[in-house]
Structure formats: structure tokens, C-alpha cells
Design a protein around this ligand. Structure first.
Ligand SMILES: CCCCCCCCCCC/C=C/C(=O)SCCNC(=O)CCNC(=O)[C@H](O)C(C)(C)COP(=O)(O)OP(=O)(O)OC[C@H]1O[C@@H](n2cnc3c(N)ncnc32)[C@H](O)[C@@H]1OP(=O)(O)O
Length: 358
């Protein structure tokens, strides 16, 4: 039986009464179907790259193409009925079996054995982080914070952990440089906030070289395990930039200001063993046994009582949260200025024209 206009209106009201947040993907789908059912195919222009929320909504609506209004109405009603209290209850009981929990090309999210794994998956570009990947990671962390896993793990596919910010982000942003820098700072702040506020144990499995923001973020992780093939490099001065991800605060705290200066100002690259000696890395493993040893260990950790781990992490983080947010805000506003500087623009152009490499 086709859904009537009354069924549709009832479903719209039912959504407002849902007890449990259905998650961003479902909310986007509901938005898209609602717009398609009421206004027809997407007829507005695409929001700018930095207008994250409206861009995601536009993309969801636009993806429905020329789906007829009646079909959209029916699909909306079906989707809402699948979110009714009875199905909400049955979803809560789901175990964390091996499932892919987020569809996205360059960030793969899976959940297994109480561990949510977020993997940089762009080996041909050494896992450099694009605008889309920043957004996918924000979403992945939001989902992982409420899923039924005990710990969340970041790792990289291929030979690199991650080569940091994709330097073509500087040329792909739409609008003028100032607008792009403003948007970049907003995105970066939200991205780093999602690490500062992440409530469960956050672990990095550093399988290979790490560069830039993938290194600075480690100061916000609870444990960092590295292969002896990993290196840690923050070439900010070479790029005419400045530190981010709270590293201007966490690095001096972790390793003392003299060692932090060598990394953050002079761009000294550390081996895994050096990074371990300086407290940035928890433990180093021979590459030949790294994966086997680390996943066995993490599976055992994931069996520990999750609430206890969460509460302990929050006790450790609580006293610093405000400070970390303030540092993040200041670093982003400094970077916004740096991105417009001649030093930075020259360095990026030099990399992109293949005149320089780290
Ligand atoms: C105004 C706009 C604002 C933008 C806002 C952005 C939002 C937040 C920004 C947060 C701040 C973050 C800062 C950082 O992360 S700084 C660190 C940036 N990373 C780098 O500088 C690394 C650059 N890459 C290299 O030096 C080398 O590629 C590397 C040493 C990593 C590997 O060298 P190798 O010789 O082994 O391999 P290739 O160079 O041949 O690399 C293979 C291909 O991958 C591409 N690649 C690698 N890294 C990057 C990168 N970071 N960005 C873009 N592309 C990258 C490389 O170009 C090769 O591509 P091709 O095969 O097509 O040539």
C-alpha cells in the first residue's frame, strides 16, 4: 500500500519523538527524502566546501536525483517506521561483530572484537588527508563515541601511517585565499576538538612514517604503538606553517621544551625508538611481528570493563580539557594567518611543482 499524505505527516511527527539519536547518516537520509517528497529534485546550488553541514545535506538530497515525490514519501515513511521504539530496542542489543560501519573511500571504519578501527586508506598518496577525509574522521569519531566498542584505534593502510595534510588542499579550496584560510581554520578546529573530546581510550597503531598533523595529534591519544619502521616528522617551519592539534602544549609537556623545539621548530625527524624515549610513543615493536603482537594485545585490552576505562580516561583528561580547547583555538587562528603568508605559499608551490620534498 502506498503511503498517503497523512502517513507522511504522521511520520514527520514521529521523528520528533524518537528517544535515541538515529545518527548523522540516517538524519541526512531523512532530510533528503523529506525535501524530495515536498520540493521534488534538488533545485538549489551546492554550498561552499567549508559549509560542512549544508554541503552534506545538499549532497544527500542531490543524490536522490529524479526520484518521484510519491516514492520519496513512501521511503521516508518506511525509514521512520524502521526507527520506531521496537526497532530502536532491537538495535541496542547488537553485538560488535565484524562490520564495516562507515562507507567512505579513503577512511575505512570497521568494528570487531570490541575495537572500532579507523584506517587512513589512501596508499598511493601516502594517506595524505583531504578535506573529505577530515570530515569523514569527524563523523567516524562521533559514531565511535557512542557505539558498543571499548576502544578506538587509528592506523594506516600500506607503507605509510599518514603523510599529513594533503598539500593540494591549498589549491582545491573554492573562493579566494582568505575565505579558504578562514574555512580551513574552522574545519581544523572542529577536527581537533573531536579528538580532545573523544570519551573512550584512543590508540594509534603507527605502521610506518607519520608526518605533520598525523604526528601532532598523537599528543591527544591515550596510547601510541609503533613499528620500528615508523618515523615522526613535523616540518612546519619548512612549510612556513606552525604547530597544530594542541602540540604547542602537549609536546613540551610530554618531552620537555628543548626536545619539542627540535621537532616543532627545526623539523627534526625522530625514529620510533627516539620518539619512544621521549614519551610520544608507548612501545616500539619489530616490524616483522608488529601487527600480530599489537592486535593480540589490543583485543585483550578491549575485553576490560569499558565503563571503567572511559571513566578513568575522563578523570585524566578532565583537568586539561579547557586548556586544550583554548590552545586549539589559538593554534587555528595562528595557522589561518600563516596560510596567507609568503613563506607558506612558496613552500606549498614548491612541493606541488615537485621542486621540493621533505
Ligand atoms: C588555505 C587552505 C587551508 C587548508 C586547510 C587544511 C586543513 C587543516 C590543515 C592542518 C595542518 C596540517 C599540517 C601538516 O600536516 S604539515 C605536513 C604536510 N605534509 C607534507 O609536507 C608531506 C609532503 N610529502 C612528501 O614530502 C613526500 O611525498 C613523502 C616524504 C611523504 C613521501 O615521499 P616518497 O618519495 O616516498 O613518495 P612520493 O613523494 O612519490 O609520494 C607518493 C605520492 O603521494 C603524494 N603525496 C605524499 N604526501 C602528500 C601530501 N602531504 N599532500 C599531497 N600529496 C602527497 C605525492 O605527491 C605523490 O603523488 P604522485 O604519485 O601523484 O606524484
Amino acid at each position: 500500500m502506498r503511503a498517503s499524505q497523512q502517513d507522511f505527516e504522521n511520520a514527520v511527527n514521529q521523528v520528533k519523538l524518537l528517544k535515541k539519536d538515529p545518527g548523522n547518516q540516517v538524519k541526512l537520509q531523512l532530510y533528503a527524502l523529506y525535501k524530495q517528497a515536498t520540493d521534488g529534485p534538488c533545485n538549489v546550488s551546492k554550498p561552499g566546501v567549508f559549509d560542512l553541514v549544508n554541503k552534506a545535506k545538499w549532497e544527500a538530497w542531490n543524490a536522490l536525483g529524479s526520484l518521484p515525490k510519491e516514492t520519496a514519501r513512501q521511503n521516508y515513511v518506511d525509514l521512520v517506521s524502521s526507527l520506531s521504539p521496537s526497532s530502536e530496542a532491537s538495535n541496542q542489543g547488537k553485538s560488535g561483530a565484524d562490520v564495516k560501519v562507515q562507507e567512505s573511500k579513503d577512511i575505512v571504519v570497521t568494528s570487531e572484537d570490541g575495537i572500532t578501527k579507523i584506517m587512513f586508506n589512501r596508499p598511493p598518496k601516502k594517506n595524505a588527508i583531504t578535506f573529505q577525509m577530515y570530515q569523514d574522521i569527524i563523523l567516524a569519531l562521533k559514531n565511535a563515541s557512542t557505539d558498543n566498542s571499548a576502544i578506538t584505534v587509528f592506523t594506516g593502510a600500506g607503507d605509510y601511517y599518514c603523510s599529513g595534510n594533503d598539500l593540494t588542499n591549498f589549491t582545491s579550496a573554492s573562493g579566494g585565499m582568505e575565505k579558504a584560510a578562514e574555512g580551513g581554520a574552522v574545519l581544523l578546529r572542529e577536527f581537533v576538538n573531536s579528538f580532545i573530546d573523544f570519551p573512550k581510550p584512543l590508540v594509534a597503531v603507527v605502521n610506518g612514517p607519520a608526518v605533520g598533523i598525523s604526528v601532532t595529534l598523537l599528543g591527544l591519544f591515550d596510547a601510541v604503538y609503533a613499528s620500528d619502521k615508523a618515523t615522526f616528522h613535523t616540518p612546519f617551519s619548512h612549510l612556513g606553517q606552525s604547530p597544530e592539534a594542541c602540540s604547542s602544549y602537549t609536546f613540551p609537556k610530554i618531552m620537555g621544551s628543548a626536545k619539542a623545539t627540535e621537532m616543532l621548530l627545526f623539523g627534526k625527524k625522530l625514529t620510533a625508538r627516539e620518539a619512544c624515549a621521549q614519551g610520544l610513543v608507548t612501545e616500539v615493536f619489530p616490524d616483522s611481528t608488529f601487527k600480530k603482537e599489537i592486535w593480540t594485545r589490543l583485543k585483550a585490552y578491549a575485553k576490560l570493563p569499558p565503563n571503567s576505562m572511559r571513566i578513568s580516561k575522563q578523570l585524566i583528561r578532565k583537568n586539561e580539557k579547557e586548556k586544550l580547547h583554548a590552545v586549539n583555538a589559538e593554534e587555528c587562528s595562528t595557522l589561518k594567518e600563516r596560510w596567507l603568508s609568503e613563506e607558506c605559499i612558496n613552500a606549498i608551490m614548491s612541493f606541488l611543482s615537485r621542486k621540493s620534498k621533505l
